[in-house]
Design a protein around this ligand. Structure first.
Ligand SMILES: *Cc1c(COP(=O)(O)O)cnc(C)c1O
Length: 238
């Protein structure tokens, strides 16, 4: 199976899942997650029509940058845990940070974006399963409220929505509950009409569960393994 075949198959699965719930396939963005994937494979993925890519580590992406620079209309999103001391570099490198999990990080990104005159879209990462090993803000927490309230002051950032990695289970049906909770949280925040807070993006669903995520309202799915094959990583940790 080539990368192009895998991408085509993922796109078919996205379409089928969307149609089952009367959603339009175009309303679901496909992100290729390229952690541990070489620049050569990334160029091949681009060749199959993908324009949205996700990376987990600032340093890993920096190492590949020279090999992907020619892909001028590719968009790169940061989806892994970001330490505040890397906020400056991440602001330069990425078109969006989906893994904002504290007000402090948001403030660092805001200052870094101001320094280079950039407007930076962000998502808030929600730890929907309450797992100690994972990043993200707890739903219903004060930390989440503080971040939402601060949005108007973070003038270089654009808060577009939420991102989540629910607890891993071999049976993807068991993720449905968490995806639904994410959708409800997003709807609830949207209904409050907070200043500078948009809830247009719901980034959730990975290789083994993206169809369920789409049925529950995902607007962006982040897919690695189904495009590139298995990686040598510990499941459940990100
Ligand atoms: C690795 C990763 C993905 C993709 O996971 P696959 O199971 O390989 O599709 C999606 N989101 C995040 C945050 C990741 O770290």
């Amino acid at each position: 199976m080539s990368i192009a075949d895998n991408v085509a198959r993922v796109r078919e699965r996205i379409s089928a899942a969307a149609q089952r719930t009367r959603r339009h396939p175009d309303d679901i963005e496909l992100m290729a997650v390229t952690k541990t994937v070489s620049a050569e494979w990334i160029r091949e993925t681009y060749g199959s029509g993908i324009r949205l890519f996700g990376e987990n580590r600032v340093q890993e992406f920096e190492g590949k940058q020279a090999g992907v620079r020619e892909l001028s209309d590719a968009r790169w999103h940061m989806i892994g845990h970001l330490q505040t001391n890397k906020a400056g570099r991440a602001t330069e490198l990425f078109a969006c940070v989906e893994s904002v999990d504290s007000l402090r990080l948001a403030q660092k990104l805001n200052s870094a974006a101001a320094a280079i005159g950039k407007t930076l879209p962000i998502l808030i990462e929600i730890n929907i399963g309450g797992e100690g090993s994972k990043g993200g803000i707890a739903p219903g927490s004060e930390n989440l409220e503080h971040l939402l309230e601060a949005a108007p002051a973070l003038s270089q950032l654009r808060l577009q929505g939420l991102m989540s990695v629910p607890p891993y289970n071999d049976d993807p049906e068991l993720a449905r509950f968490y995806f639904r909770q994410m959708r409800e949280l997003s709807d609830e925040i949207r209904s409050r009409n907070l200043a500078a807070v948009k809830m247009d993006v719901l980034s959730m669903g990975m290789s083994h569960d993206f169809e369920i995520a789409i049925q529950e309202g995902a607007t962006r799915v982040r897919v690695g393994t189904a495009i590139f094959g298995e990686r040598e990583v510990v499941r459940g940790k990100n």
